[in-house]
Design a protein around this ligand. Structure first.
Ligand code: AKB
Length: 312
């Protein structure tokens, strides 16, 4: 029998594409999507869907038992910008959902977990360029604190209870199928949409704000490859650094201008600037490359071509 996979937070930016990719790979009926609201037509029509609040342990356990779930991808989370507005709600969602899946694995009700961490675990005192896997981490956002705490709990559950939990620190993710919501790196998606709709974009991050980024196809492949890799080769059970490309708003604008020469960018930074300023500019992901052969495929030029083609 095919293994059964449950996606929590399946209707979000990563969850939607991840669900479709996993259904393609393992079969529609074996991938159960769940969220607190329904998702896109393609997600709803291609396989099972359950309304599920990832903070509700009993409801999650019922679904796990009913579908005989073996693997869980926990994608439900409140991102950096929104979490600054609702700190307690963010903490409750980000931590309780993680405890629920870790405890299901501890009780041997599921076998394997994927949980995304983020570059938000780093802080102002972290080395900015080529940020190492192991370094000073002093996150200054609620989201970053929840991700760093989550990483420690993942490592603890692995060491203490043998829980097979796997994680990567995602950079900003760029996608066109489902839009991001509430992140600091969301500008790198909005800019493409407004380039096509209005021919101009006002960036909420200042010129020169270089951040690590990744095209969604690479991000999904990273999650799947890490989950399919031989667990005995994994040396990191907190979360792997993961890199692809790094750029500032003016560089993405230049790459858009190669396709749409009249595109214009202006700058009006808001509270998200301070968040971005606390994050790294580029990431050293050599441990992920060594342990499970991670290698990104999309650079900025290819990302821009994909985004403009698909959004238009
Ligand atoms: C955010 O901007 O909050 C996220 C992230 C980098 O984790 N995209």
């Amino acid at each position: 029998m095919q293994k059964s996979i449950l996606i929590l937070g399946a209707c979000g930016q990563i969850g939607t594409e991840l669900t479709l990719a996993l259904r393609n790979r393992y079969g529609n009926d074996t991938v159960i999507a769940s969220d607190i609201r329904e998702g896109t037509d393609s997600l709803m029509s291609t396989g099972p869907f359950e309304i599920l609040d990832a903070t509700n342990y009993d409801a999650m356990e019922d679904i796990v038992m009913h579908y005989e779930v073996e693997e869980v991808y926990l994608m439900a989370a409140m991102l950096s910008a929104t979490a600054e507005k609702f700190p307690e709600r963010a903490w409750n969602l980000n931590m309780n959902s993680l405890f629920n899946v870790l405890n299901l694995a501890k009780e041997k009700k599921i076998e394997k977990i994927f949980w995304p961490s983020s570059i938000a675990v780093f802080g102002v005192n972290t080395p900015k360029e080529n940020t190492p896997q192991h370094t000073l981490m002093e996150p200054s956002t609620v989201y970053g604190i929840s991700k760093q705490t989550g990483e420690r709990w993942c490592a603890y559950y692995h060491a203490k209870y043998g829980v097979d939990v796997r994680s990567v620190r995602f950079p900003g993710l760029i996608s066109w199928k489902t839009l991001p919501g509430g992140g600091t790196t969301d500008y790198a998606v909005e800019i493409y949409i407004q380039a096509l709709e209005k021919g101009s974009y006002t960036s909420f991050l200042q010129k020169g704000t270089k951040l690590p980024m990744m095209f969604m196809e690479d991000a999904i492949r990273a999650a799947v490859e890490l989950m399919e890799s031989d667990g005995s080769r994994l040396t990191i059970r907190s979360s792997y650094n993961l890199g692809a490309m790094s750029f500032a708003p003016e560089e993405i604008a230049t790459s858009i201008q190669q396709v749409l020469p009249s595109f214009k960018i202006s700058y009006d930074p808001d509270f998200r600037q301070a968040i971005a300023d606390s994050w790294p500019c580029s990431i050293d992901d050599s441990q992920a490359r060594k342990d499970w052969a991670w290698s990104p495929k999309f650079d900025l030029k290819r990302t821009t071509a994909e985004m403009l083609e698909n959004l238009s």
